[in-house]
Design a binder for this molecule. Sequence first.
Ligand code: VAL
Length: 396
Amino acid sequence: DKFNFTNYALYRIVPKNIEELTTLHSMIHTNNKDLDFFDEPVNVDGLVSVVTSPGYRKTFDEILKANEIYAEVTIENIQVVIDKERIGKYAHRNVRSMTWDAYYTFEDIYSWLDDVAASNSDVVSLIYGGMSYEGREIKGVKISHGIGRRSIFIEGGIHAREWISYATVNYIINELVYSEDPETQAAARDFDWYIFPCTNPDGYVWTHTDFRLWRKNRKPVGTEFGIDLNRNWNSNWLLKSSSTDPSSNTYAGIGPFSEIEARTLASYIESVADTMEMYLSFHSSGQLLMVPYGNTTDPLDNYYDTIKIGRRAMGSLAVRHGTPYITGNIAEAIYEATGTSVDWVKEKLRIPLTYCYELRDRGQYGHLLPADQILPNSEEVMDSVLALIREGQNAE
Ligand code: VAL
């Protein structure tokens, strides 16, 4: 049965000082069924989105009041927003029935990938990046117009509830295959593209069938479920913003690559890493473009180059709809976090242009971004991906 979020409220808080931050942070593991932080509150002036249960709301309000923490309730009853979420219905063998004003289920996304590959078999092939705990494939597409090309890798949907990630990555596939824009066509032709919209299949299915705000995979751990697949990679594993508590949203697992999704995907990425020039990972939310690393704010590797390229690309992103994005490394832009896919890709595979997006918005809806924002969000992101390619080449 689907979990009902009636009278669960979404709060938007920007902690003004260390005391406020500490208060919020101390609540993160106390009762995560009643208080679901969309992201860990670890930065003064950083955005904190948190969902409270109806039963806990009064207590939460009292704690905020006692500590003089200003909070804005952006959604009084998130079930109302969830009920309005548009879920499209994909009509098999009609690739045009996937539209950009609705979210799609796991089954529909995979059918669409099948059909895009089948109807463009000269350039699009299905690829398998690994397996999930419940036995689903991590399916994607390779777009290639010939041999000898450098490549770009795109990973979407590693966090199940971040639905805009899946939709954005599908949009990028669609543009690369069907766009008539010359620059998009050139990007499609000039690179081999490895694209996986759904790298956490079990979690994504669960968000549709049972619990809309599920983040992790679905492996049982004692009486709890799920490992955070973006804390499970073998790069500074368990060092920062990672939990050893299986009930936590950032539970990192019993060891690096304990999870089949992260482990199989990593070996697939490694197998195609030779030609790889750029790696993009898509999350929500917060409107950020991040580069590795998450364990330190030190400007490591080609930090200055990637930040410059990234800032210019975010300039291009803002042209279309005026959406502001902030660029920085993970630790400075959002918070210290380790065991993430992008840190592993950068540290172990040395992919020069490795970026992680936090897509729209800035706390209004968070992971419940309404479907009418899929298109503008995806358009501006596509603009920025082309700009990353352009600026990356200029920098060489
Ligand atoms: N928000 C993402 C995460 O928590 C970042 C840190 C990559 O995994």
